[in-house]
Design a protein around this ligand. Structure first.
Ligand code: SF4
Length: 310
């Protein structure tokens, strides 16, 4: 069955003719939502690793983390994108960011970088640096939104508003930087209407990519406590498949879908169990769209996009 959405693999294959894998690195940053600047609690779904992947050579300098990956896992028929994943990867002075970002280009198979950050941790100087690197390289700015509903953002202790996200996307687009928005379906208190509003909000902005996650409970998070106290319930597998398909239908067809489900290792996962069935669920979301004779963007509301770059 052909894909009913515009996947990141399709985008990369079309552009580079090869598979592009991500190398996740931890640059040792922290986050204003954890170090006390905004809060010490963090987002309720975030653990002490700053929502990062587990398979990172964490204690090494970034260039060494990349080097170790290249030595042990890289293949000649693939390209690589270095992903600055855990915590807030623009939360440092400009000289430090400059050195760290540029240090990873140590092999010709590394075609670019992807920088995960918060919408309130960007300024003109940082955007100019990222834009400079993106001249000739594949560069993505991954911005956490999670929901476009300010009440939800407050409930999950994000420490920023939907307006902050909107401003960051427009400023990044003006600088010529591609933004990938991160979204979670199943957040406490949210309904189908909230997911639709978030999809419409994203589609109306000059966003170039989206990562869709389901809500899961990881160990050592605020969510774990709420879940143990039965203060929240989780979206079911079937509902997630439906909602992810609904969400895709409202997302502009040119937006690249970087991810359709969250990832959590078994050892860190509290619930739901179906988090570990990623491939099957991604297949079922596509199948759901096919069953509806539908596709990404079928119901996208073409509201005004602030800048004509899409
Ligand atoms: S912004 Fe990111 S790193 Fe900071 S608390 Fe939230 S999820 Fe964790």
């Amino acid at each position: 069955m052909s894909e009913r959405y515009y996947s990141l693999n399709t985008y990369f294959k079309g552009l580079y003719g090869k598979k592009v894998r991500k190398i996740c690195v931890d640059a040792g940053f922290t986050c204003p939502n954890r170090d006390g600047k905004l809060s010490q609690k963090g987002c309720i779904f975030c653990d002490e690793k700053g929502s990062g992947a587990d398979d990172i050579f964490r204690k090494l300098p970034v260039w060494e983390q990349v080097s170790k990956y290249i030595e042990s896992k890289a293949k000649d028929n693939e390209y690589y994108l270095v992903y600055f994943q855990p915590f807030t990867n623009t939360y440092a002075g400009i000289e430090i960011l400059d050195t760290i970002y540029k240090s990873v280009f140590l092999d010709e198979r590394i075609i670019g970088i992807s920088i995960g950050t918060r919408p309130d941790c960007l300024d003109e100087e940082k955007l100019m640096l990222i834009a400079e690197i993106s001249g000739g390289k594949e560069v993505w700015l991954e911005l956490g939104l999670q929901s476009s509903n300010d009440a939800t953002l407050e409930r999950i202790n994000r420490g920023h508003s939907r307006k902050d996200f909107e401003k960051a996307v427009i400023a990044s687009d003006k600088a010529g930087i591609k933004v990938c928005a991160h979204v979670i379906l199943g957040l406490p208190g949210e309904s189908s209407e909230d997911y639709a509003n978030t999809a419409d909000f994203i589609s109306a902005l000059p966003v170039k990519g989206v990562k869709i996650h389901h809500l899961y409970i990881a160990k050592n998070t605020e969510l774990e406590k709420l879940y143990a106290g039965e203060e929240i319930s989780l979206i079911t597998k079937d509902a997630y498949i439906q909602e992810a398909a609904n969400f895709l239908e409202r997302i502009r067809p040119d937006i690249i879908i970087h991810r359709l489900m969250g990832d959590c290792r078994k050892e860190r996962l509290i619930a739901p169990d179906w988090t570990l069935q990623k491939s099957e669920i991604v297949r079922n979301i596509n199948k759901e769209l096919a069953g509806r004779h539908s596709w990404q963007g079928k119901k996208a509301h073409q509201i005004i996009v602030p800048r004509g770059t899409i």
